[in-house]
Design a binder for this molecule. Structure first.
Ligand code: MLT
Length: 402
């Protein structure tokens, strides 16, 4: 008899953002046509920038001609895009070879697929509150998860010292996989160099691998904060970096990302970069030529100028949402170097109760902190990706709750 993957029965009923969309659907069924102010899932609202659109069109034209037509793409990414990404890192003082860059169809897809590289017995440390896909992908893979709680006490930036204390208390070994998301989704907190160095030292000391989610690096505005784990000495022997053009350049629907796996990353006598080449060449036929051409435009000077303009508009939304939390007298963080504002719920409310209140009373949608893990209970996340008009209206509606 066929045995299904029983790990699925350990998952929550539905994925966080799916659950939210179902609640919204139910609300709209009862209140047809009601305008909602959506600051829940971090989905961009600005169109792709001109430089990208121009390349997408040109690539479509290429596909119409025998001479310029492209069939299968190289599984690990087109050389022109791998080179463009390596150039982007080089401009920030990080030397990568093109074959350390893997083109992907987005960070969330990749975070799940990378599970293939590690034995089932490997444990995974996930700092919480956390992007729920980390937890769900590890549950599906049947891994033991070590949840490392964070909170106001550590500015939502847990440290290796906290992890080691927890492991000692609970009699657990150092985890094999270490997830770090910086700038963080959902809290917007960002590790400084010293903070990341501690994680790199821990990983190298114990042979762990850091899965560093840098999907929001382009939102960092403070010069002293690191955009990449590879800015930290020692990271080339312990880290994989997962990036996305979703939020940076508006590719949530177009799908494109990239992953950096140094050639120097080895575990148990195996080279992780070689393993990923083997995986990709077997399991994918690459991202489409058209999309990769559009993606390469992001890394041109013109593309960078245009995406920065869009990012600054989202950052202005974040500033307004932080100011609103301030006016409401609610503790909050994030927003400055990230597109998310993380705040406490008013009057000690629980996150899902606050979600319902906002939806029913002022038609504003956010994401309940509890959806990011138990230590997110009592908090709420607003995304800055709505239009400035909607964000302004939502801010005014929130202030009415005073
Ligand atoms: C979020 O809202 O947390 C993100 O948009 C989800 C994602 O990137 O998949």
């Amino acid at each position: 008899m066929l045995i299904p993957n029983r790990n699925y029965s350990d998952l929550k009923d539905s994925y966080l953002f799916y659950n939210i969309s179902k609640r919204i659907e139910a609300y709209l069924l009862k209140n047809p046509g009601k305008k909602l102010y959506r600051m829940g899932i971090g989905d961009v609202t600005l169109p792709l920038c001109e430089a990208v659109i121009k390349e997408l069109h040109a690539a479509v034209e290429d596909q119409a001609e025998k001479k310029t037509f492209h069939g299968y793409m190289p599984e690990c990414g087109a050389p022109f895009l791998r080179g463009a990404v390596a150039g982007y890192y080089r401009n920030r003082g990080i030397e990568l070879s093109e074959d350390e860059v893997f083109v992907s169809s987005g960070a969330s897809d990749e975070l799940g697929d990378l599970q293939d590289l590690f034995d089932k017995s490997c444990s995974a440390m996930i700092p919480e509150p956390a992007y729920p896909a980390y937890v769900d992908a590890n549950i599906m893979a049947g891994r033991r998860i070590i949840h490392l709680e964070s909170g106001r006490f550590d500015n939502f930036l847990p440290s290796p010292t906290e992890l080691l204390h927890k492991l000692k208390r609970e009699g657990l070994p150092v985890p094999d996989l270490i997830y770090i998301c910086s700038p963080n989704n959902p809290t917007g907190a960002v590790y400084d160099r010293a903070g990341l160095k501690e994680w790199v030292e821990l990983a190298n000391k114990y042979g762990s691998v850091i899965l560093f989610d840098a999907a929001y690096e382009a939102f960092i505005e403070d010069d002293e904060l690191p955009h990449s784990i590879f800015e930290i000495e020692g990271a080339r022997t312990c880290a994989i970096e997962i990036c996305s053009l979703s939020k940076t350049a508006g590719f949530t629907g177009t799908r494109l990302g990239y992953t950096i796996i140094p050639k120097t990353l080895e575990r148990g006598g195996m080279n992780i970069n070689d393993m990923w080449v083997r995986n990709r060449t077997t399991k994918t036929n690459g991202v489409s030529y058209i999309i990769q051409r559009g993606g390469a435009a992001v890394f041109t000077p013109e593309g960078q100028r245009q995406i920065k303009k869009n990012i600054s508009l989202y950052k202005e939304n974040a500033r307004l949402l932080s100011e609103t939390a301030e006016k409401l007298g609610l503790w909050h963080c994030g927003g400055k170097n990230a597109p998310y504002v993380w705040m406490e719920c008013p009057n000690g409310m629980k996150s899902w109760d606050f979600f319902d209140l906002l939806l029913n009373e002022v038609q504003v949608i956010g994401t309940p902190g509890a959806g990011f893990g138990a230590c997110g209970e009592g908090y709420f996340r607003f995304s800055a990706f709505a239009s400035p008009e909607d964000t302004k209206e939502a801010a005014e509606r929130l202030l009415k709750l005073r």
